[in-house]
Design a protein around this ligand. Structure first.
Ligand code: NAP
Length: 527
């Protein structure tokens, strides 16, 4: 499929005239064709105007029509075929198998949200019927449903060029909620963005959705991304990337005359707690699994295990020796972009030079451009507690083991951690009592707690939370993965004493959509 480098604004496709960007071959650092034209502020205005015009129509589309639209996007992405995988491999440096799996996840997410829309529970219908005879005052008729918040800006992630980009989790959940989406393409994978963007644009047309339901913009600087978040027709944003980028957008959104939420997923070091019995019984096996998780995808997962806490002693020595042996055999891997690789190398260098840190092991030396070489560091509880920089995410295959003098110190250190996407406990039965003691502290700062595993590998389902307190995300009350992600882009509206003729179908008395509803607080399942 030929790439055009065009902006996709509604059903239009035109080359942006505000400078241009080119993708870079992640493996060689060479620029690759074609150029992608940057959007002007006029393009941004047009995309926002179309999205705003689409909103009232799109959010009232019948559940089956909206579900079919999401299914059609999924099918259109599959129909691109191998061109998508090949372009994405060049732009991201990620291997074929990973990207084919990621495409499966992307399509699966879209289909899951189609089912969520068909099911209708996301509307959260509640009905408190009128009680005209109630004394001393009659009760009004109150009905509640959720509607989309409005057009949503999506900033795709560099580390998930399919599953968290143009038609990824943020876009799928916003579209499912009834919100038009404007995507600011990530400059690391513009070709992938165009291919997927055209699949969505075609689905809009095929399914007869309003034109402004979807637009895709390239940005040759920062103006378009920032302009999107500042535009008063945009009512929420989804972002995955750096802490600096996420907080910059959060500040812009908060400074608007009408502030909006930015659901930013930013940085997390995903602590792994090794408890004494597990460490003594299975330390070496845990070490191997830990290294496998650490180096997966060149360590470029937001759930990468960047911190290990354990009690010092011979069992921890054995763990470190086994992890070091495994890690020192790991090959350097192509990173997503030269910029991410440079940031990684700088951060690893600084960690190695830190006065309180020693280097346990490095992976095989890198040959060639843009290669990330894995790293394992060791520090003390005292150094970790007093050096905040040791808590900062190193995006790549680098982790830090903290030798704690005793279990109480290890559990105390948890209280000094920032918000996390995941926390993992490695425990045997003899550890349960101590593990139970630390759970409240972990719950307060973690989105997903897991036992005897690692956070990499995020299941897309109904009970998944991929979120957590700041800085892992901007708002720990939500998730960006799984069906609950739809809630970020919904808001409740109550209707008091509206005649049936004026009520939306979801709230009409004879329940034409066949929805489950909470009537007077009691769940009534649809027949
Ligand atoms: P990034 O630099 O934050 O960029 C993410 C997106 O936001 C891109 O579209 C970028 O535009 C845009 N952006 C960034 N700063 C902005 C600003 N101040 N105003 C407006 N738009 C802005 O993230 P990245 O390029 O994907 O990776 C860089 C670093 O982010 C990594 O080294 C890593 O530390 C972190 N990261 C973390 C995670 C995680 O899940 N924890 C995932 C990915 C990356 P451009 O495309 O034009 O640059």
């Amino acid at each position: 499929m030929q790439l055009t480098g065009n902006l996709l604004i509604g059903q239009e496709s035109a080359f942006g005239s505000n400078g241009s960007i080119k993708a870079v071959n992640a493996a060689t650092g060479a620029a690759i064709e074609p150029a992608f034209g940057g959007a002007t502020l006029a393009d941004l205005d047009r995309a926002c105007a179309l999205a705003w015009a689409a909103f009232d129509v799109y959010r009232e589309t019948a559940p089956e029509a909206r579900a079919k639209f999401l299914d059609t996007i999924a099918q259109n992405i599959l129909d691109i075929g191998d061109d998508l995988i090949e372009r994405c491999m060049i732009e991201s440096g990620l291997p074929r198998a990973r990207l084919e799996g990621e495409r499966g996840r992307t399509v699966g997410q879209l289909r899951m949200f189609a089912d969520v829309v068909r099911n209708g529970d996301f509307l959260g219908v509640r009905i408190d019927p009128a009680q005209p005879e109630r004394k001393p005052l009659p009760r009004v008729d109150l009905r509640l449903r959720h509607i989309g918040v409005g057009p949503v800006a999506v900033f795709g992630a560099s580390n998930f060029p399919l599953a968290f980009s143009v038609a990824g989790g943020d876009t799928a959940s916003a579209l499912a909620a009834g919100c038009p989406v404007i995507v600011k393409a990530h400059s690391a994978h513009p070709g992938t963005a165009e291919l997927v963007g055209r699949a969505v644009q075609k689905a809009v047309k095929d399914c007869g959705m309003p034109e402004g339901t979807f637009s895709l913009l390239f940005d040759s600087g920062r103006d378009v991304g920032q302009g999107l978040v500042k535009d008063n027709r945009i009512k929420a944003a989804g972002f995955t990337g750096s802490r600096g980028g996420g907080t910059a957008l959060m500040k812009l959104a908060a400074a608007r005359p009408e502030p909006i939420p930015v659901y930013a997923e930013m940085s997390s070091i995903n602590p792994v707690l090794l408890f004494p019995a597990a460490l003594a019984n299975r330390g070496e096996a845990i070490a191997k699994a830990f290294v496998g998780s650490l180096v997966l995808g060149a360590g470029q997962f937001c759930t990468n295990p960047g911190l290990v806490l354990a009690v010092d002693g011979p069992d921890l020595d054995k763990f470190i020796a086994a992890a070091s042996a495994a890690l020192s055999e790991t090959a350097a891997q192509t990173m997503l972009t030269p910029g991410i690789c440079k940031t990684y190398q700088g951060a690893v260098e600084r960690a190695g030079e830190h006065a309180g840190v020693t280097t346990a092991a490095r992976g095989v030396e890198a040959k060639g451009a843009n290669q990330g070489r894995s790293a394992l560091f060791i520090t003390t509880a005292e150094a970790f507690r007093t050096s905040h920089e040791l808590q900062e995410e190193i995006f790549g295959a680098s982790s830090l083991v903290v030798r704690c003098p005793d279990l109480a110190t290890m559990l105390d250190l948890v209280e000094s951690l920032e918000g996390q996407l995941t926390s993992a406990l490695h425990i045997d039965e003899a550890d349960y009592a101590e593990a139970k003691r630390v759970l409240p502290a972990l719950e307060r700062r973690t989105g997903r707690l897991l036992v005897n595993g690692f956070g990499t590998g995020v299941e897309v389902g109904h009970a998944m939370v991929h979120g957590g307190p700041f800085p892992s995300t901007a708002d720990g009350r939500s998730t960006s993965v799984g069906s609950l992600a739809i809630n970020r882009f919904l808001r409740p509206v109550s209707y008091q004493d509206l005649p049936d003729a004026l009520l939306p179908d979801a709230l009409k008395t004879d329940n034409p959509l066949g929805l489950n509803r909470r009537v007077d607080g009691k769940l009534q399942l649809a027949k």
